[in-house]
Design a protein around this ligand. Sequence first.
Ligand code: HEM
Length: 144
Amino acid sequence: MTPRQQELVRTSFLLVQSQQSRITELLYEELFRLEPASKALFRGDISEQQKKLMRMLQIAIENIDNKVELQTMLFNLGMIHQSYGVEEHHFVSFGKSLNFALKSVLKEAFTPEVEASWLAAYHYFAVTMKNFPHSSDTVQLPHN
Ligand code: HEM
């Protein structure tokens, strides 16, 4: 991601936060339309899950230029997701759903440049989550 893209994600995230329930609702609605079977992976309270996702995105975006800390966090999150049964195709659909939700809510603020910046950010988060080191003791064990 370029510094300009990082800045665009940071500034547009302020708008996202002001409408976070609508964005997360649309995201999960679209995800379950694309991947109906993935609904079964979510065992907890979905509104709690929406808050956790937003908090995590906030931390990831705040640390977007702090690659070392962010990488450790995303590796852990990736390992947890693998244990939930999340697979590659889920990450693809999740990315599409996030894009759909952002586009629907941010409307004209979601310019092609802002969209490209979010796609780059999601790509970085998802690739890092999927590539956690499989045999490393630097990764903390997931909690239940
Ligand atoms: C960048 C992408 C993603 C981020 C930032 C993210 C973030 C999170 C966070 C912060 C949690 C809570 C973990 C905890 O409780 O400690 C979580 C849980 C979960 N995520 Fe994700 N996630 C992402 C992608 C996905 C994808 C692609 C799927 C698959 C459809 C998925 C399915 C789940 C499930 C099933 C849970 C557990 C929910 C429950 O306990 O009911 N996530 N995610």
